[in-house]
Design a protein around this ligand. Structure first.
Ligand code: SF4
Length: 314
């Protein structure tokens, strides 16, 4: 059965390269008649404390730039803590609602895959699970507080508070076409400075990693293709809020053909796993090999349906 048209994103490429079976679960399992569709819907929607904290910080960033809403960081940290705490409480104590309707709210991976959650509906055990999550919660709150504090000292916020600018996009899912394939890109912020330059901002709540640089170049390529902005007028600024660092990068003409061939190669690799490339119909699940790794599988949303887990000693 087709799953809409084939599209490409960097996230999709990352999942495909990390584990093709995880990629199958994420992008194709919902049309697999051999799979329990309610279960797939639940697993696809799982989130975790790190992702949630990242979303909360991004919401704050977005609200500051769109409304120039400079609240006291202490208030913002308190509100953010409340959001995380509510998410934990809902996951633990309202799971009966979520099991029937996974769209009701996002279940936390940390809760769903905890043995105490899975083995009992006993309220005492659930309360114990709540206390078990305290160290993880405290750790995330510390990181989130650091990010929020550093946000106010970041070059982006300073620039926006002290000069004129025009916002083109805030957390907007954008597309550009690549050989007939929609390519999805979602910059955190794209704005024009009063000197005519364009800045794309990527707010990072984690540490630097190897894939960041190519992501920045894709952002620049997107702004160039979508708005016809000359490459030399585009800067990508990554504000690493956890470490209070900022990196500015750009793309030069000579790098565009490399980026194009990189995307093209990635699309070809993914399409090799399609039985019908026009209709976006995948080969059967068994063709998408598993690629296990301890940390990767621990964090994987789909581990309970992955054949690799059955091979593990009980
Ligand atoms: S549990 Fe591991 S091997 Fe299985 S899909 Fe997830 S990442 Fe891949």
């Amino acid at each position: 059965m087709p799953v809409g048209c084939f599209s490409w994103s960097k996230t999709r490429d990352e999942i495909f390269n990390a584990c093709p079976r995880q990629y199958y679960f994420q992008y194709y399992a919902m049309t697999d008649k051999n799979m329990d569709q309610l279960r797939i819907k639940r697993l696809k929607g799982l989130t975790n404390l790190h992702l949630l904290a990242g979303e909360v910080v991004h919401d704050i960033c977005g609200s500051i730039v769109t409304k120039k809403n400079i609240l006291d960081p202490i208030d913002l940290i308190a509100k953010s803590k409340h959001v995380l705490l509510e998410a934990i409480k809902k996951s633990i104590f309202k799971s009966h609602e979520w099991l029937v309707n996974p769209k009701a709210f996002s279940m936390l991976h940390e809760v769903y895959y905890d043995s105490d959650f899975r083995s009992s509906t006993d309220i005492t055990k659930r309360a114990y699970l709540f206390s078990k999550l305290s160290p993880a919660y405290n750790d995330i709150v510390d990181r989130m507080s650091t990010c929020i504090t550093n946000l106010f000292a970041s070059p982006t916020v300073k620039d926006l508070m002290t000069s004129n600018f025009e916002i083109l996009e805030v957390e907007q899912l954008g597309t550009m076409q690549f050989d007939g394939v929609p390519v999805y890109i979602k910059p955190d912020l794209l704005y024009r400075q009063s000197n005519g330059n364009f800045v794309i901002v990527d707010w990072k709540t984690g540490k630097r990693n190897a894939g960041d640089e190519i992501q920045f170049k894709l952002y620049a390529l997107y702004a160039h293709c979508r708005y016809n902005i000359p490459l030399e007028d585009i800067r990508v600024r990554a504000d690493y809020l956890l470490t209070n660092e900022s990196i500015v990068s750009s793309v030069i003409e000579e790098e565009v053909s490399y980026l194009n061939s990189w995307i093209s190669h990635s699309i070809t690799n993914m399409k090799d796993f399609l039985r019908d490339k026009d209709q976006n119909i995948p080969l059967p699940a068994e063709f998408f090999q598993t690629n296990p790794g301890y940390n990767k599988c621990q964090l994987c949303k789909f581990k309970e349906i992955c054949p690799e887990q059955k091979k593990r000693p009980a």
